[in-house]
Ligand binder design. Structure first.
Ligand SMILES: [Fe+2]
Ligand SMILES: [Fe+2]
Length: 443
């Protein structure tokens, strides 16, 4: 595969480096120790990669077969607005996840886990950079009220609490969050990137392949430690219990489902050739993949506990325990993980603010639902601002003071309590410097 490497104009590049010094202070440590931990991987580089030789005809929707747009002026107004929104949202998630991961990065129990997460954070920075490249390379001036500098500034100024999607406004409480987030939320990223790989906007499509290759590593950074933890739990270790892992999965997975957008939507993206699949279909595929992950973890638990069983026998024991909700060969239902019902603890989309329990049971009393959530979510998360805001809104919906549609509109914009972040108001990331962009030789 051939790709072209580019840098964004100097003042923006410098702004990203300044941002990195604040939110990714361990970056230099990663660079200094890269060869020790990733000897076979090429050194990390902060730049945008564009894959060469990709399909140049629109792959789905009304204009299928026509040439793809190569610059903003070739897009329809509707396409341009959708794309700008998607690029900003994507950029917000990339930078946002670094802000979350850094809170608990130092709490890893294993050096390898920590280095993997650190590498993943550097790659998220590159993904954010790749999105800034899309915003600053093309001329969006007659498509957006904002200048390029303001778009870059807006994205770099977001904090946990002001990002565009809920999953990126939730604080991490322990290193288990770092890992489960990689396994579940980066998996949504993988879906979004795969969908955008067919984009009718060629620069978007060409940005995806390298990001997808990096995303595969992010999933591994989540799945490998989870596999180790369930195996250790089966042997009686107390570090990360199944109960803890289950609760952290419950904290994140529904936010992952909601990242696909409302279950009724996505049609216009398909029509405009920007994505090949509607929201509900992509969300369902994602959920099935998460289910496979959970079943894989369960099978590993059973095999570690009962090493004499064949993989097939272990899978049978797992299925029996889950289906019959009873103990089989000493494996109890509490030993195994389950995915919550798709409508459990939702705040966006069709089931938003319906009170549905972990197994799909309906609640009509908000206080009983509070007790239920208390049993299924991590205690540290119950003490968070995010949960408090959600539950206060749920109370309003349950009492009839607010309808569910208005309530879910309120949800992604959970601003931080004013003034908690000393750098949010005073720093301007983009400074006035001459605008020069460099194109590096193709890799
Ligand atoms: Fe990413
Ligand atoms: Fe990622």
């Amino acid at each position: 595969m051939r790709s072209r490497e580019s840098l964004i104009p100097k003042p923006y590049h410098a702004a990203v480096e300044r941002w990195r010094e604040t939110f990714l202070p361990d970056f230099q440590f990663l660079m200094d120790n890269w060869d020790k931990h990733f000897p076979k991987e090429p050194h990390f580089k902060l730049c945008a990669y564009r894959e060469l030789g990709m399909c140049n005809e629109v792959e789905c929707g009304e204009d299928q077969g026509k040439p793809k747009a190569t610059k903003p002026s070739e897009l329809s107004d509707e396409q341009a607005q959708h794309l700008l929104g998607a690029i900003k949202a994507q950029a917000s998630t990339e930078f946002g996840s670094i802000q979350q991961h850094r809170l608990t990065l130092a709490r890893a129990q294993s050096e390898q886990d920590q280095m993997w997460v650190l590498r993943m954070m550097a790659e998220e920075l590159r993904h954010g950079y790749q999105m800034l490249h899309l915003l600053t390379e093309g001329d969006w001036s007659d498509r957006s009220q904002q200048s390029s500098a303001d778009m870059v500034e807006e994205i770099l100024s977001m904090q946990t609490g002001s990002h565009l999607l809920s999953a990126f406004n939730i604080d991490f409480d322990s290193f288990v969050d770092n890992i489960v987030f990689c396994g579940l939320i980066d998996r949504v990223g993988k879906y979004q990137l795969t969908l955008q790989k067919v984009s009718a906007y060629q620069p978007m499509a060409e940005s995806m392949p390298k990001m997808l290759r990096e995303e595969a590593f992010h999933l591994a950074a989540g799945v490998v430690p989870m596999r180790r933890w369930v195996t250790e739990a089966a042997r009686g270790e107390v570090y990360v219990t199944i109960d803890m892992l289950q609760k952290v999965i419950n904290k994140w997975i529904q936010r992952g489902l909601e990242m696909f957008g409302d279950e009724r939507g996505g049609g216009s993206n398909v029509r405009m050739g920007l994505k090949p699949m509607k929201n509900a279909e992509a969300q369902e595929q994602y959920r099935r993949e998460c289910d496979k992950l959970v079943q894989d973890l369960n099978t590993r638990f059973v095999r570690a506990r009962l090493p004499n069983l064949s993989p097939k026998e272990a899978a049978e024991v797992m299925t029996k325990v889950l289906d019959e909700d009873g103990t089989v060969q000493g494996i109890t239902p509490q030993d195994l993980l389950r995915l919550p019902h798709r409508d459990f603890f939702r705040r966006r989309g069709v089931p938003a603010f319906t009170m549905v329990g972990f197994r799909g049971e309906a609640y009509d009393d908000v206080e009983a639902y509070a007790l239920h959530l208390r049993r299924y979510l991590p205690e540290s998360y119950l003490a968070s601002k995010d949960f408090k805001d959600y539950f206060a809104t749920l109370r309003q919906v349950a009492s009839g003071a607010l309808d569910a549609v208005a309530a879910s509109r309120q949800m992604p914009a959970l601003r931080r309590v004013a003034g908690t972040c000393p750098c949010s108001k005073s720093v301007r990331w983009v400074r006035d410097e001459p605008m020069t962009a460099e194109v590096v030789a193709p890799a």
